[in-house]
Write a protein that binds this ligand. Sequence first.
Ligand code: ACO
Length: 422
Amino acid sequence: MSKAQLSIRGEDLELPVIEGSEGEVGIDISRLRGGTGAVTLDAGYGNTGSCQSGITFIDGEKGILRYRGYAIEDLAEKASFEEVIHLLLWGELPTQGQLDDLNQKLGEYAVLDDGIKGFLKSLPKTAHPMSLLASAYTALETFYDSEGDSEEDVLRVLAGTATLSAYIYRHCKGLDFIDPRSDLDFAGNFLHMSFGKVGEEPNLNPAVQEAINKLLILHADHEQNCSASTVRMVGSAKASLYMSIAAGVGALSGPLHGGANQAVLEMLTAVQEDGGDLEKYVNMAKDKSSGFRLMGFGHRVYKNFDPRAKILKAACDEVLESLGLDDPLLDIAKKLEAVALEDEFFVKRRLYPNVDFYSGIIYRALSIPTNMFTVMFALGRVSGWIAQWKEMRNDPAFRIHRPRQIYIGETARAIQPISERG
Ligand code: ACO
């Protein structure tokens, strides 16, 4: 194993170098503070590996994304979301027997305690669906006598996410809830519970079901992003899976993360209402004082293209065609992408469309309301969060996550009596 040499305050330290299976190199600094008294400082964690993980590999320069070695393009094309769930959570694509078993369990655990319906109904219909979703996970835990870290909890959170998301959609619309069915797959169940008619048999459009399946796969995991790291952080305190996932939902709701899909559609609508003035929005994004960013553009890791955006751009055309729709926002999105990719500001900073840029156009075509877009993201991502959570809890190097800081505040001082302050 090679070593990294560090010289600090006259001390020399040799630090082990860890090499990943794809040639990624990390300097193991776990002895740094003990050996030198120093810590590292890395704003936004752009250079910090928080764990060793065998789940998802990303090469941001080459635009590669793989779940446990399988290319995202292949999974989106050839696998079902349930197969991807098995892959992420249990390490391998399932055999037919394993898939049948998983499908049966997902059907079983999608049925939640009836109390959750009353809980959701007690919350305002006007609340943001992501706030309702975060609340729903913590409420869900209260109905089950469990430590919150069993295989049953994993299945309940996973399968229950489709039920909770659909209930939330219907609650916001003032519609009665539809219960899950054991004869539908994950995507089908979500669609039936959301858009079905109470008391009627499911009436699913296979093209829509397939589009949702693809979207769920594309959103399933993305290694140590803000929400996955949050889930790991909270779970590292031995907090329950429900609490950890609720925290992940909170992180995902932010417009710089999953909330960007809603923001993209709002931005495209604003461009349309403005008569399609693309230059205005591109110029606004270039002007730092405007505080405006081109939503759905840029990524911490991808610097050439986001492979998910590429798949989704093609999927937009397919979905709209199969539904016989023509969405002017798709034309605006394509033109905006072309203008931005020609512009020196975006070229220099290597800003490309990310997963959120095109997903909203598909959700819109499927009649999913804009404020539900980030819930759709969570619907897929919960599988990745659980995989990350399980890996963290089973890691032999498990410790509570507790970063250090460099203190820059006042040095020690005495308290003045209040009459002498000012
Ligand atoms: N529009 C305009 N300028 C941008 C954008 C954007 N969307 N994104 C980054 N920049 C600029 C920054 O102003 C900065 O410019 P500077 O170097 O002159 O100061 C430079 O590009 C680098 O930006 P950072 O904020 O340092 O990049 P970081 O890696 O921290 O942030 C992020 C990545 C949050 C995704 C950012 O690109 C962004 O805000 N994008 C818009 C929101 C979005 O689409 N989020 C979804 C991300 S994908 C996901 O979470 C699922």
